[in-house]
Design a protein around this ligand. Sequence first.
Ligand code: CP
Ligand code: NVA
Length: 310
Amino acid sequence: AKGLKGRDFISLKDFTTEEIFYLLDLAAELKAKLKKGEPHPILAGKTLGMIFTKRSTRTRVSFEVGMYQLGGYPLFLTKDDLQLGRGETIADTARVLSRYLDGIMIRTYSHQEVEELAAHATIPVINGLTDFLHPTQALADIMTIREWKGKLKGLNLTFIGDGNNVAHSLMYGGAKVGLNVTIACPSGYEPLPQVVEEARRIAAYNGCQIAVTNNVREAVEGADILYTDVWASMGQEAEAEKRRQAFQKYQLNSELLKLAKPDAMVMHCLPAHRGEEITDEVIDGPQSAVFDEAENRLHAHKAIMAALMG
Ligand code: CP
Ligand code: NVA
């Protein structure tokens, strides 16, 4: 479909605005079909290997169920199930799995490992989260914003917290679709300069802006979307206490929410550490889109698989 067949899905940076909108439209179409009970076996007879070296609820279940709904077959593979866990190389794993499967989804620590897998695989590789990026999340997030707001261009998204994988993908994805993205984070927890620079270049082309600030209150004023994520990501458990201190003023609570536009929507990729980066009142409140957002992972992932593997 539209030049997406056979491609990898590793970063939203690699896709044109048109391609991202194509995926968003396809996701909406597949969502409508599912709600109507209309079968859509676009991937009948196809298989997806899902490699996980980190935990997952949403990504694992939505890719697995999504593959089933598309008529295909998913294989859940933890690192310990594969010879990868005993030192077989990523490259050899990629070569072998390419002989059996029609696609690979991988969630792991090192982004370079995902790129290496993709370089040696002859089938599409989908990035299900690395320490650097979380592109499938950002696609589902953009889908959710479009559903709630009816548009994307010119909206102000403020991400409060760590300049992490989720923040990076929101910057790339937001810049592609015309969102103004502001990252409000404590000093020392900014997104990588390379991502800021690239996202700014993309944003300039699409008539929107990317900003990074330590001033959370200023960043929240006039926001249409408030987004947060955990203060310590998977793999950063040892830093949790230090981070808890550093992020104290960056909690998404009712007081902060009041500074945004009255109709601002609240997002979180989940899992949430309730009482840390977000309060119960906000995540369970009427402005919260977080469970629509979680649901949309399913529809967005199906669109990605259908477009790449169909
Ligand atoms: N948001 C997200 O990726 O959730 P999981 O870690 O449960 O997959
Ligand atoms: N930033 C979080 C996202 C989890 C979906 C992490 O990497 O753990």
